[in-house]
Design a protein around this ligand. Structure first.
Ligand SMILES: *Cc1c(COP(=O)(O)O)cnc(C)c1O
Length: 237
């Protein structure tokens, strides 16, 4: 039997509290203020009726990995939600997606960068993006190879409307999240190297890393955005 709305609200509230406590503790361990880290709630597994309860819990940063699902939920939820696209965007969906998103986490090719710049220019509105990096070097995964990221300053210097705000990665699935630490540390090092060679309008303040299994390690390694799905929503679809 599906949960009624008040049960759902209290389950969501409890899970959020537990995650908040873990985020705060991870920040404290490394001397960072909790305010440094934005929790992006990944709503891909829950229906829009459940997602619609999140803004009243204070969760306004919501993430989707599929553009069509983001379009659908964006149309159904309040307009003060900040939408994060965290999955691949095909170039034929750029036009419809850009007006809806606050931050694009998953720019994974020079061609997509070009298409985004063209559309942002046509709209006359800037777009904040992160570059997705395959820091764990899994063959199945998209994103820029770590070495390729360091070749990007020149192409990035030509962008006027697309503003690069940092890097994003997904660690390999591990039973022991401690084993994800080198991936996160590498992303931070890459960010620092790229930042040294990149001027305005870009700035590389953000590291989007950490999912349900490994977010505390990611925060210890400098994450400014964690993308959490199952730890909040398991069993609620
Ligand atoms: C699904 C997804 C997440 C959330 O994963 P959980 O393990 O459920 O927290 C984070 N980032 C990306 C890119 C995803 O596709």
């Amino acid at each position: 039997m599906p949960m009624n709305e008040s049960t759902l609200r209290s389950v969501l509230g409890e899970r959020l509290q537990a995650v908040e406590a873990r985020l705060t503790a991870a920040c404290q361990r490394v001397g960072r203020p909790r305010g440094d880290v934005t929790l992006v709630a990944v709503t891909k597994t829950i229906p829009e009726a459940v997602a619609a309860l999140l803004p009243e819990l204070g969760l306004l940063d919501l993430g989707e990995n599929r553009p069509q699902e983001l379009w659908r939920k964006a149309a159904a939820l309040p307009t003060n939600v900040r939408w994060h696209l965290i999955g691949h965007l095909q170039r034929n969906k750029v036009e419809r997606t850009l007006p809806l998103i606050h931050l694009m986490h998953s720019v994974d090719s020079p061609r997509l960068l070009e298409a985004l710049e063209k559309e942002a220019e046509r709209r006359g509105a800037s777009l904040d993006v992160l570059l997705e990096v395959n820091a764990s070097r899994e063959a199945s995964k998209g994103g820029f190879a770590p070495d390729d990221v360091l070749q990007l300053p020149e192409p990035l210097a030509r962008l006027k409307f697309v503003h690069v705000r940092g890097l994003m990665t997904m660690a390999a699935p591990e039973d022991d999240p401690e084993r994800c630490r080198p991936t996160f540390a590498e992303l931070r090092t890459l960010r620092d190297q790229l930042a040294n060679n990149l001027g305005a309008p870009h700035d590389l303040r953000h590291l989007s890393m950490g999912m349900s299994n490994d977010f505390e390690i990611a925060v210890e390694e400098g994450a400014t955005l964690v993308r959490l799905g199952s730890v909040l929503f398991e069993g609620l679809s």
